[in-house]
Write a protein that binds this ligand. Structure first.
Ligand SMILES: [Zn+2]
Ligand SMILES: [Zn+2]
Length: 119
């Protein structure tokens, strides 16, 4: 930029650097933002504690689904292989056979039953 004929070099990129929630590296350009919606009604009531555990984001990533899935895996979320990683993911409460509760993330676009796998 230039003010009254004097060039003022400003460093913009470093100040605005966003980091990827997946690989923790700096993101060049526009980050890919992912939001998580509220938990949809499950067959059983979701307890307050489970509900409060979700941070809806937005989370920022490089423009590569692998980085988002890496982040999901780190959080212990399952991923529905019938969907894709999109800007808005819907969480589904899943009761595993072990009795453990997990959250699965799905884009919610397909009509048939979810197929959750490790992200
Ligand atoms: Zn990344
Ligand atoms: Zn699904």
């Amino acid at each position: 930029m230039e003010i009254l004929g004097i060039r003022i070099p400003t460093i913009v990129a470093d100040n605005k650097a966003a980091r990827c929630d997946g690989c923790l590296e700096v993101i060049e350009g526009t980050p890919w933002r992912v939001n998580i919606l509220d938990v949809v009604a499950a067959e059983k009531p979701v307890s307050w504690a489970e509900h409060a555990a979700i941070n809806p984001g937005p989370f920022q990533f490089h423009g590569d689904p692998a980085h988002v899935r890496g982040w999901m895996a780190g959080k212990g979320y399952l991923f529905c292989r019938k969907g894709q990683v999109r800007e808005i993911m819907r969480p589904v409460a899943i009761a595993l056979a072990s009795g453990e509760d997990r959250l699965g993330l799905c884009d919610g676009i397909h009509q048939d039953a979810h197929e959750f796998v490790r992200a």
